[in-house]
Design a protein around this ligand. Structure first.
Ligand code: HEM
Ligand code: SF4
Ligand code: SF4
Length: 494
C-alpha cells in the first residue's frame, strides 16, 4: 500500500492492511540509509556514536585541519611514511648480522641523530598500528564494509596484517631477549609446515647454532614488506574517488613534532642481548606488535594455527557474514543522458565510466553495479534527471513534495522542508506519519540517503510550490558518502 495521495512506494514501509495491523506512531528515518542492514546493527550504531562523540569533543577544541578523525586513513599514511624514512636512514648505522645487530643498535646511543631515527622508527610504527586499528574499528562500527566496499575491507585487513608482520620482524632484528621470543614463536609456528627439511627451531637451541643467513632473510623481508604495502594500498584505494591520502599541513606538523618529542623524551632502547640458554628476568614488550608472544608461549603450534585461521576467517568474511541486505545500485537512463560527465566526476566510489556511443551524445554514463554503494550522489549531479536510485527515486520525492505542499497550501501554511541524511544527522529522528517531527517543529522532514542525493532544482521546485525554504542536514566530518556533503555545498553555491 502506498501513502494516500503521495505516490510514494519505496520511501518507507507502510503496513499492508492498516485495519489488521495498526499504523506505527512514527517512522524511523534511517529507512533510506545508503548503508545496508547488518547484523548487530544496534550495537554497531551505539559504538559508532562513541566515535562521533569523541570526534565532536576533538572538533570542539581543534580545527578540522588538526582533527585526525576526519583524515584517519591519511594519518596512517603519514605515520607509515615516517617509519619508512626513519627505517631507511637507520641503515647508515644498523648491521644486519646476528652477531653485530645488538651492538650496532647499542652504539647508536652515542649518536643523537641515530638514536632519534631509531626512536622515531619505533614510535611511528606504533602510531601507525594504533591509527590503523582505530580506522578499522571505525569502519566496522560505521558499517562501511558491505557490497562494493568488500575490497577496501579485505585489503585494509591485508594492510594491517602486513604492517603487523613487518613490526614483528622488526623486533627480531634487534636481537635482544624479546627478539629471541619472537624468533622462537615464529619457528614454532613454521615448523608445523612441511617445508623445511630440518625444524627451524633447532637453529635457536644454542647461541652457536644461530643461523646468519636466516637472520639476513628476516632483514630482507622486513625491507620488502613496505613494497607489498604499497600494492595493498593501491588496491585499498582503487574504488575511492579523490581519497584523502595526505594529512593537512597543520596535522602533518603536529604529528611529526609529537613523534620527535616522544622520541627525545623516551628514547627507544633494546633489552638484554639475546641468549638462547638464559631466560630473561623481566621483559617489557611493545604490545602493539608483540602481543602474540604471550599467546605463543601458552598454546601448541597446532592450536596457534587453528586460532589464527579462525580469527582470520571471521574478520575477512565480515562483508558477507554480517550483511543482511545490500542496497540496489543506481541506474542510468541512457536515452536521457547527454554525456556531460558530471556524475562521473562526482561519484565518490569510481563506479561510473563514460562510454563512447553513436547518436545523441558522443559519451554516455554507465554505472558498474559491482562498485556502486547506492549513495545517490550521482542523482544530485545530473541536471537531466537521468539517474535513478531505486531506494529513493527522485520522482517519488517530487510527488511527495507536490502532495504535501498542496495540502499545506490549502491550510494556508508555508512549511519548511528538512532534507536530512538518513544515516548520520537524522538517524535518530522519529518522523510522524504526516512527515512532521517533534524534534524539528515547523518542518516537513524528508530522509535522503545523502544530502548529495539532492539536486538543487528540487529545492527550487519546493520553494516555487510554496515551501518557506529548505534546510539540508548532512553528515559530520567523516561523511558516510564521502564527497556528498562537499558537492552539495558547492552545488548550492553555484
Ligand atoms: C593499514 C593501513 C590502512 C591505510 C593506510 C588505510 C587508508 C585508507 C584511506 C586513505 C582511505 C580513504 C579515506 C577517504 O578518502 O575517505 C581508506 C578508506 C577505507 N578504509 Fe582504510 N586504511 C588502512 C586500513 C584499513 C583497515 C584495517 C580497514 C578495515 C578492516 C580499512 C577499511 C577501509 C574502508 C572500508 C574504506 C572506505 C571507506 C568508505 O567507503 O568511505 N582500512 N583507508
Ligand atoms: S554516486 Fe551514484 S554510481 Fe556512484 S556509488 Fe553513489 S549511487 Fe553509485
Ligand atoms: S550527469 Fe546525467 S547527463 Fe551527465 S553524464 Fe551523468 S547521467 Fe549523463
Amino acid at each position: 500500500m502506498t501513502e494516500e495521495g503521495s505516490g510514494i512506494s519505496s520511501i518507507r514501509r507502510v503496513p499492508q492492511d492498516a485495519g489488521a495491523s495498526p499504523a506505527p506512531a512514527f517512522h524511523i528515518i534511517k529507512d533510506v540509509s545508503p548503508l545496508p542492514e547488518v547484523r548487530a546493527q544496534g550495537f554497531l550504531r551505539r559504538m559508532d556514536s562513541f566515535f562521533l562523540t569523541l570526534n565532536r569533543l576533538v572538533k570542539a577544541g581543534l580545527p578540522d585541519a588538526l582533527n585526525p578523525f576526519v583524515q584517519m586513513g591519511a594519518v596512517i599514511n603519514l605515520t607509515f611514511f615516517i617509519a619508512l624514512v626513519s627505517g631507511i636512514l637507520l641503515l647508515f648505522w644498523y648491521s644486519p648480522s646476528v652477531n653485530l645487530a645488538w651492538q650496532s643498535l647499542e652504539a647508536m646511543k652515542s649518536s643523537p641523530l641515530a638514536q632519534l631515527m631509531r626512536s622515531l622508527h619505533r614510535y611511528s610504527s606504533d602510531a601507525c598500528m594504533l591509527f590503523a586499528v582505530l580506522h578499522g574499528v571505525q569502519t566496522l562500527t560505521s558499517r562501511k564494509f558491505s557490497g562494493p566496499r568488500w575490497l577496501a575491507w579485505v585489503s585494509g585487513l591485508l594492510l594491517i596484517g602486513l604492517m603487523w608482520f613487518d613490526g614483528w620482524l622488526g623486533y627480531w632484528l634487534v636481537w635482544d631477549q624479546e627478539a629471541r621470543y619472537v624468533a622462537l614463536a615464529t619457528t614454532k609456528v613454521l615448523d608445523v609446515l612441511p617445508i623445511f627439511a630440518e625444524p627451524m627451531s633447532r637453529s635457536f637451541l644454542t647461541n652457536e647454532s644461530l643461523n646468519s643467513l636466516f637472520f639476513f632473510i628476516v632483514f630482507f623481508v622486513h625491507m620488502l614488506i613496505p613494497l607489498a604495502f604499497g600494492v595493498g594500498l593501491w588496491l585499498h584505494l582503487m574504488r575511492i574517488n579523490k581519497s584523502v591520502f595526505f594529512t593537512q599541513k597543520p596535522l602533518t606538523i603536529a604529528i611529526t613534532v609529537a613523534l620527535v618529542l616522544v622520541s627525545l623524551l623516551v628514547p627507544a632502547v633494546s633489552g638484554e642481548p639475546a641468549d638462547m640458554l638464559a631466560l630473561p628476568e623481566s621483559m617489557s614488550a611493545d604490545w602493539f606488535y608483540l602481543m602474540p608472544i604471550g599467546i605463543a608461549d601458552r598454546l601448541s603450534a597446532g592450536a596457534l594455527w587453528l586460532l589464527g585461521l579462525v580469527v582470520t576467517a571471521i574478520v575477512f568474511s565480515v562483508p558477507w557474514t554480517m550483511v543482511r541486505r545490500n542496497k540496489e545500485p543506481a541506474v542510468v537512463n541512457e536515452k536521457r543522458c547527454n554525456g556531460c560527465t558530471q556524475c562521473f566526476q562526482d561519484c565518490p566510489y569510481n563506479a561510473i565510466t563514460m562510454m563512447p556511443r553513436e547518436g545523441r551524445s558522443p559519451l554516455v554514463s554507465r554505472i558498474d553495479a559491482a562498485k556502486c554503494v547506492a549513495c545517490g550522489v550521482c542523482t544530485g549531479s545530473c541536471d537531466s534527471v537521468s539517474i535513478r536510485l531505486p531506494e529513493l527515486p527522485a520522482e517519488d520525492v517530487r510527488a511527495w513534495l507536490n502532495a504535501r505542499l498542496e495540502r499545506a497550501g490549502s491550510d494556508g501554511e508555508k512549511p519548511w522542508i528538512a532534507f536530512v541524511c538518513a544515516e548520520s544527522a537524522g538517524a535518530d529522528l522519529r518522523v510522524n506519519p504526516d512527515d512532521t517531527c517533534d524534534e524539528l517543529p515547523g518542518y516537513l522532514v524528508r530522509p535522503v540517503p545523502c544530502v548529495g542525493w539532492l539536486h538543487p532544482l528540487l529545492i527550487e521546485r519546493a520553494i516555487r510550490r510554496g515551501a518557506a525554504g529548505a534546510v539540508l542536514v548532512g553528515c559530520g566530518p567523516d561523511p558516510v558518502c564521502r564527497l556528498g556533503t562537499l558537492w552539495t555545498e558547492q552545488r548550492l553555491e553555484g
